[in-house]
Design a protein around this ligand. Structure first.
Ligand code: UD2
Length: 320
């Protein structure tokens, strides 16, 4: 495809930083935005001084942000909007702020992008949009107005996803509903960090892995480079792909269920540690199961996950 200028919000985040790196390596110019609310400067280290990378420490809630970026860097082909309040527990404490950042700022950015002639707008959706469900796997239509969300985070992401996916104009909007993403740069230090970053961190430190509940709850784990593949397929489509350039929402997952206890055992094995696992109380607000149906993204974007769990864990362990 042609070389473009892309805006990545949340550029200093776990996924955003990997996306910037990939876009740069494909030859694109990348304008990164992050206010370091949860993003970390160290995530930018490997590409901060790249000649085609430009960084702005700003919030996506600032009006006229995209216009200012366009004035400075020229026409923008794609906006990858990953900046958000990313913590579910924080969203329960601060629902208004969550809707302001995760929903309202997205709607304003979307409007501005359309006015500025941006071709593709790709949004970081979440499996949290589905709330708690019994029937697996989850298909895109399973999140709807009847859904009972477990957090403002889930509802705010849902509202933004719907707005992005219902775009019918010159701008194509895609929401990628990501399941449990893992890989290098995922911060293991908070109690709400992803289970894989926590388990790998504990195993490497020779501490026991703590399972919340019976460990039979399942999740759909998808490696960060596979998620970056999906972002690029959605955001870099050009005119030649016009017939296929339709707005929509797509699950991004492995399509496989892994129980937390099997995950813990596998991480012990891959780090050559004896199985040292303890069980604690179930975490409040936890959903039981979560598995993605990935037929839609496979069909429309020809995306498929390439890194299996064992391979992805090995890479994460090496990074740690
Ligand atoms: C994920 C997302 C969250 C939201 C949610 C929607 C991450 C990090 N979080 O939350 O943003 O989209 O999905 O449903 O991707 N666990 C342990 N021990 C630990 C840590 C976790 O047993 O030390 C369990 C935890 O109780 C849960 C499972 O592992 O049952 C996964 O937890 P998580 O925090 O990695 O992700 P999840 O699915 O709650």
């Amino acid at each position: 495809g042609p070389l473009t200028t892309c805006v990545v919000t949340g550029a200093a985040g776990f996924v955003g930083s990997h996306l910037c790196e990939r876009l740069l390596s494909l030859g694109h110019t990348v304008v990164g935005v992050d206010n370091f609310f949860s993003g970390r400067p160290e995530n930018l280290k490997t590409f901060a001084s790249h000649p085609r990378f430009f960084f702005h420490e700003r919030s996506v809630t600032e009006t006229g942000l995209l216009t200012a970026l366009k004035d400075q860097h020229g026409p923008v082909f794609a906006v990858f909007h990953l900046a958000a309040i990313v913590s579910v527990p924080y969203s329960l404490e601060r629902p208004e702020e969550t809707f302001l950042v995760n929903t309202q700022a997205t709607l304003l950015l979307l409007e501005e992008a359309e006015v500025l002639g941006v071709r593709n707008f790709v949004f970081a959706g979440s499996a949290a949009e589905y709330g708690d469900r019994d029937r697996m796997p989850l298909t895109e239509a399973d999140a709807n107005e009847e859904t009972r969300w477990l957090s403002p985070y889930g509802e705010a992401k849902y509202r933004a996803s719907v707005a992005v996916a219902s775009r019918r104009g010159s701008l194509c909007g895609v929401s990628l509903r990501c399941f449990n993403i893992y890989g290098p740069r995922q911060d293991p230090s908070s109690p709400y960090s992803g289970v894989i970053s926590r388990f790998v961190n504990m195993a490497v430190a020779q501490r026991p892995l703590t399972i919340f509940g019976d460990g039979l709850q399942t999740r759909d784990f998808v490696f960060v480079s596979d998620v970056v593949d999906a972002y690029c397929l959605a955001g870099l489509r050009d005119d030649k792909d016009d017939i296929k350039r339709t707005s929509g929402v797509f699950n991004v997952g492995s399509g496989r269920a892994t129980s937390i206890v099997n995950l813990a055992r596998l991480i012990c094995r891959l780090t050559h540690r004896p199985e040292s696992i303890t069980f604690g109380p179930e975490r409040p607000g936890d959903i039981r199961h979560s598995t993605a149906n990935i037929e839609a993204i496979t069909r429309v974007l020809q995306w498929k996950p390439r890194i299996g769990l064992k391979d992805g864990l090995t890479r994460t362990i090496q990074w740690m």
